[in-house]
Design a protein around this ligand. Structure first.
Ligand code: NA7
Length: 559
C-alpha cells in the first residue's frame, strides 16, 4: 500500500526557553516546517518564570548570551556583569523578535502526551487545549529546572495569606513593605531572594533545613566603555568558554593543591573570594572536587569567612554546612546574604532542630511554636532534569513509557537519544554536557549538533533515527563511571536527583543526571560521532528523500 504521510510539522520543539528559541531559529533557517509549543503564556522558559526579587545570572552575562549571530552580539549591551531576570527576559524577547521567531511559537500549549507511531514513523502529540498534532521529529527543549516542587506539609491549602513558589512569583509587583514574610529553602534561589528582600519586608523568617555553601557574586554594572571592550573581543571570550570544562571563562588552577604551600592556597582563595562569579568554584584547585582532605581545607576557609560576616556566632554556625563540602552541590552565589542575618528584622529557624509540622491559616507551625505570616515563599527547588519528561505521557516503540524506562534514573545516548524512542531528540537533555555547564554554551553545541543530524537525515533520505541499545548502555555506563571520582556523588542535591518533595527521590538514591566530563570532551565526542556517520544511531531510510522544507509532503511506501 502506498500512502502519503502529512505530519502537521516536520519538527515540533517543546519549550520556548533558551534552547527552544535557538532550535527554532536553526530550523527556520533551513526552511523546515516547524513549531515551538510552550505551556507558558509567553517565551523565556526559566526567565519567563522565576520573577522573584534577586533572580539573576551566576554566569557572566556576556558568556550567557547566544554566540550564533555577530549582529546580535553587536546590538545587545549587557548592563550588569550578572544580569537580572527582567533584563534576561527582555534579551530573549529581543532575539525572538529580531529573527522573527515568534510566529513559529505557540503559547499556553501544554503537551500532555507524545506517542510514537511506528507505522507512520511520526510522533502524535496531544495538547491540553484538545488539539492533536503530528510531527516527524520531536525536540525536547523544556529545560532542566522547569518543574517547581513544593513541600507536602499538611494544611497548605488552609493558609489565608499569599503563598507561592519562587518560580511562580506573581508577575505584578508584590507589596513587601511592612509584611511578615517566610522563606522556606536556602538553595541558590532562597539565597538570592532572602538577600534581596531582607531590607524591604517588615519581618523575614528563613526556614532552613540544610545550609548551602555560598560565596559572593561580586556583581557590578557594565559601563558603555566596558561593553565596547567586550564587543571587540567576543571571540576571545567564547574561546576559553569552549576550552573550559564548565563552559565559563574561569580556568582551574592547575598548580596542584598539594604542590603549593598553605600560604599560597590561602592567597589564591583570598583573591577568588573578591572576584566576580564562579571563580571561587571553578578557578580553584581541581582537587576540591575529588579529594576529601583538599575539600575539607577549602570548606574550612569558607566557614571562617562566614563567621567573619555574621555577627551572632550561633547563627553563623547554623549557616555553615556540616553534611557536605564546598562545591559538591551547586554553589549559590550571593550578594550580602550573610549580612542579612545581622539585621534585627531577619530570623533564622533551623528546621533540623524544630521541623515544620504544618501550615496553619495564619502561618507555619514548627515542633516548637506557631509563626504568623502575610506571605509564605517556597524556595524549595525543582523536580530537576527529568521532572518535565515525567510529566508528559511519552511513549515510544511498543507503547513503552519513558517515565517507566527512567524510573530509577535516566539512561541515554549522549544525553540526546533514548533507545526505543526514535526521532525524539534532547538538545540539552539529561546526561548531556549542558546540565552541568554554563547552560547556553552547552545548548548551542547541542542544538547545532541536533540540527546537523536532522540535515544529514533529510539529505540522505532517512526517516528514522534511533540510538542502539548498546550505544545507550555504553554512554550511561560512561556517565556513571565519571561520578565515581567526584565528591558530588555523596551529596544530596538536584545534581544527584535528590528532592524530598518528589516521591521516589526523597531518599537520596543517586540518579546519574549529568555528564561530568566537561564541555570540551562532550563536544569532541559529539563531533566524533557525527564524523563516523552518526555511530551508535540506527538510521532507517524512507523510500523517498525527505528534503528540508518539504516535511509535510513526504511520501513513502508502507508495506
Ligand atoms: P535547590 O537548590 O534544590 O534548593 C531547595 C531548597 O529548599 C533547599 O535548601 C532545600 O533543603 C529546601 N527544601 C526543599 N524542600 C523542603 C522542605 N520540604 N522543607 C524545608 N526545606 C525544603 O533549589 P533552588 O531553586 O534553590 O535552586 C535550583 C537551581 O535553580 C539552582 O541550582 C540554579 O541552577 C537555579 P534541603 O537542602 O533539601 O535540605
Amino acid at each position: 500500500m502506498t500512502h502519503t504521510i502529512h505530519p502537521d510539522y516536520e519538527v515540533i520543539v517543546i519549550g520556548a526557553g533558551v534552547a527552544g528559541i535557538y532550535q527554532i531559529k536553526c530550523l527556520v533557517d533551513l526552511g523546515v516546517t516547524a513549531t515551538v509549543l510552550d505551556a507558558a503564556a509567553d517565551l523565556g522558559g526559566t526567565w519567563y518564570g522565576n520573577r522573584y526579587p534577586g533572580a539573576r545570572f551566576d554566569s557572566e552575562s556576556y558568556t550567557y548570551g547566544y554566540s550564533f549571530s555577530q549582529e546580535l552580539l553587536n546590538e545587545w549591551h549587557w548592563k550588569e556583569r550578572f544580569s537580572s531576570q527582567p533584563e534576561n527576559l527582555r534579551y530573549l524577547n529581543y532575539v525572538a523578535d529580531k529573527f522573527d521567531l515568534r510566529k513559529h511559537m505557540q503559547f499556553s500549549c501544554r503537551v500532555e502526551a507524545a506517542h510514537f507511531d511506528e507505522t507512520d514513523t511520526l510522533w502524535r502529540l496531544q495538547v491540553a487545549d484538545g488539539r492533536a498534532l503530528t510531527c516527524r521529529f520531536l525536540m525536547m527543549a523544556f529545560g532542566l529546572l522547569s518543574v517547581p516542587t513544593v513541600p507536602r506539609y499538611p494544611g497548605m491549602e488552609t493558609f489565608k495569606g499569599r503563598a507561592f513558589h519562587t518560580f511562580f512569583w506573581p508577575h505584578e509587583s508584590v507589596e513587601l513593605a511592612g509584611k511578615k514574610v517566610a522563606v522556606i529553602g536556602t538553595g541558590a534561589t532562597g539565597i538570592q531572594v532572602i538577600a534581596e528582600i531582607a531590607d524591604k519586608v517588615g519581618e523575614l523568617t528563613v526556614f532552613q533545613r540544610r545550609p548551602n555553601w555560598s560565596a559572593p557574586l561580586n556583581n557590578g554594572p557594565i559601563s558603555e566603555e566596558e561593553m565596547a571592550d567586550i564587543l571587540s573581543r567576543y571571540e576571545a571570550i567564547f574561546a576559553p568558554c569552549a576550552r573550559q570544562p564548565g563552559g565559563f571563562e574561569h580556568e582551574p588552577d592547575r598548580r596542584g593543591f598539594y604542590a603549593v604551600s598553605r600560604e599560597e592556597r590561602v592567597a589564591l582563595w583570598d583573591r577568588l573570594y573578591d572576584e566576580p562569579g564562579f571563580g571561587i568554584w571553578l578557578r580553584n584547585f581541581r582537587e576540591i572536587f575529588t579529594d576529601e582532605a583538599a575539600n575539607a581545607e577549602f570548606s574550612a576557609y569558607i566557614a571562617a569567612r562566614i563567621r567573619q560576616r555574621v555577627t551572632d556566632p550561633a547563627v553563623a554556625e547554623k549557616l555553615i554546612p556540616q553534611d557536605h563540602g564546598f562545591g559538591v552541590q551547586r554553589v549559590p552565589l550571593e550578594t550580602h546574604y550573610f549580612e542579612a542575618y545581622n539585621r534585627d528584622n531577619v530570623h533564622l529557624v533551623d528546621l533540623s532542630e524544630t521541623p515544620i509540622e504544618r501550615v496553619t491559616a495564619t502561618g507555619l507551625r514548627t515542633s516548637e511554636r506557631d509563626y504568623a505570616f502575610d506571605i509564605i515563599v517556597y524556595a524549595t527547588g525543582f523536580d530537576a532534569i527529568t521532572g518535565a519528561f515525567d510529566r508528559i505521557d511519552i511513549r515510544g516503540v511498543g507503547g513503552t513509557r519513558l517515565r517507566d524506562t527512567w524510573h530509577d534514573g535516566p539512561s541515554t545516548y549522549l544525553g540526546i537519544f533514548v533507545h526505543g524512542f526514535p526521532n525524539m531528540f534532547m538538545p540539552a537533555g539529561p546526561q548531556s554536557g549542558s546540565a552541568s555547564t554554563n547552560y547556553p554554551r552547552g545548548i548551542e553545541s547541542g542544538v547545532n549538533w541536533c540540527t546537523g543530524l536532522l540535515t544529514y537525515l533529510w539529505t540522505h533520505g532517512y526517516l528514522r533515527a534511533e540510538a542502539t541499545r548498546e550505544a545507550e548502555e555504553g554512554w550511561t555506563t560512561h556517565v556513571r563511571q565519571m561520578y565515581s571520582t567526584m565528591l558530588m556523588r555523596k551529596a544530596q542535591s538536584w545534581f544527584t536527583g535528590y528532592n524530598s518533595n518528589v516521591e521516589g527521590h526523597e531518599h537520596g538514591t543517586i540518579r546519574y543526571l549529568v555528564y561530568n566530563g566537561g564541555s570540551p570532551k562532550y563536544v569532541a565526542t559529539l563531533k566524533e560521532v557525527a564524523e563516523k556517520g552518526y555511530a551508535g544511531i540506527a538510521l532507517t531510510a524512507g523510500p523517498t528523500s525527505a528534503a528540508p522544507g518539504h516535511g509535510a509532503q513526504d511520501t513513502y511506501e508502507q508495506r
